[in-house]
Ligand binder design. Structure first.
Ligand code: NAD
Ligand code: MG
Length: 359
């Protein structure tokens, strides 16, 4: 087992990573002395893992559960209401604890519900997708979607702990594993070169769910994210670098129609585009770019996007949260392990997009 701390002063919390954690959640949350425990999960995860977590928590406090429908389309106020109704039914108070058991969707909804119930109660993340274990469970962003757009409402509410049981990944579809690897490769590119080397070297072990490799690489990813969050909790500056590959990724997701690409797939492809852009700006070498492309491809992710409309992509990127006054700002790589945020001339952007398969 590996343990990391997210350093946020009095709100610091541990991330524990390893196989077999589910059965020990009860003893791990005992120190929080909750009056009640409400486990929030969904219809896919409940039959797999709910009983294990319930059983382990029973000696700590009265336990109940809320089982949400599965899917990004249910990441709405309605789901939050369902969690709040569950808290009422459980007789929850200000000392009660929510346990979010599932992927990023369950985590984001549960964290948001925890942040508003009685003006904020504690919650614990038990992420069961690779993406949630390396990304969404760490850092305290919570929220839901509106018809007008993804994650438009929410707030920062840090969990009290994160328990990532790598055994839960055994039931996750291979495509979801690859999507999680997309964010891991991103962390590799942002972190130090040694971590990127490890991700590159152990890609096969990761895809075959070798628990030692998973725990080590997930820990490296969480360490990177934790250090960024500790320096910039509410994204005033450096936290924006975690969007490497995402300006492209969001455009891909949107133009292909949301749901066609998994987010991590679009990010993988976006990383290759960001690498190409960084080369055209004079930062990365040809060898760096082909190395990055090989790693993304080895993760089982697409590296080209044949047939996406170029002008529509540029238009959509102008609306990105990082862009101001029509100028598109990108996270670029100065080298592997070092990023920067900057505006990019349209001519260079077009060259990159054409190279990436846009038409
Ligand atoms: P998800 O939560 O939809 O999970 C993917 C699928 O896997 C779902 O069908 C889920 O039910 C299923 N599943 C979960 N665990 C499983 C398991 N162990 N075995 C079998 N199936 C399992 O998607 P995700 O990729 O985990 O998360 C994406 C969400 O996370 C998005 O809503 C995104 O906005 C959010 N997100 C949030 C942050 C943040 O900082 N809060 C960061 C990144 C992403
Ligand atoms: Mg992402």
């Amino acid at each position: 087992m590996v343990e990391i701390t997210v350093e946020l002063g009095s709100r610091s919390y541990p991330i524990e990573i390893g196989p077999g954690l589910l059965a020990t959640i009860g003893e791990r949350v005992k120190t929080l002395r909750p009056t009640r425990i409400v486990i929030v999960t969904n219809t896919t995860v409940a039959p797999l893992y709910l009983a294990a977590v319930e059983t382990s928590c029973q000696s700590v406090a009265p336990v109940s559960s809320v089982v949400l429908p599965d899917g990004e389309s249910y990441k709405t106020f309605t789901a939050v209401q369902q969690v709040l109704d569950g808290l009422v039914a459980a007789g929850a108070d200000r000392k009660s604890l929510i346990i979010a058991l599932g992927g990023g969707v369950v985590g984001d909804i549960s964290g948001f519900a925890a942040s508003i119930w009685m003006r904020g109660i504690r919650f614990v993340q038990v992420p069961t997708t690779l993406l949630a274990q390396v990304d969404s469970s760490v850092g305290g962003k919570t929220g839901v979607n509106l018809p007008a757009g993804k994650n438009l409402i929410g707030c920062f509410h840090q969990p009290s702990a994160v328990f990532a049981d790598t055994e839960t990944l055994e039931t996750l579809p291979a495509r979801e594993i690859s999507a999680g690897l997309g964010e891991i490769v991103k962390h590799g590119l942002l972190g130090d070169a040694a971590y990127f080397d490890e991700v590159e070297r152990r890609m096969k072990d990761l895809r075959s769910l070798d628990h030692e490799a998973l725990a080590s690489v997930i820990a490296g990813s969480c360490r990177l994210k934790a250090s960024v969050v500790a320096r910039d909790e509410t994204e005033e500056g450096i936290r924006a670098t975690l969007n490497l590959g995402h300006t492209f990724g969001h455009a891909i997701e949107k133009l292909a129609g949301f749901g066609t690409w998994l987010h991590g797939e679009a990010v993988g492809c976006g990383l290759v585009l960001a690498a190409d852009l960084s080369r055209r700006l004079g930062y990365l070498t040809d060898a760096d770019v082909s190395r990055i492309e090989s790693v993304v491809s080895a993760a089982g992710l697409p590296v080209r996007i044949p047939g996406l409309p170029l002008e529509a992509a540029i238009q959509s990127m102008r609306g990105d949260k990082k862009s101001f006054g029509g100028h598109i700002r990108f996270i670029v790589l100065k080298k592997i392990g070092e990023s920067a945020i900057q505006e990019v001339p349209d001519t260079i952007l077009r060259e990159t997009l054409l190279q990436g398969g846009y038409v």
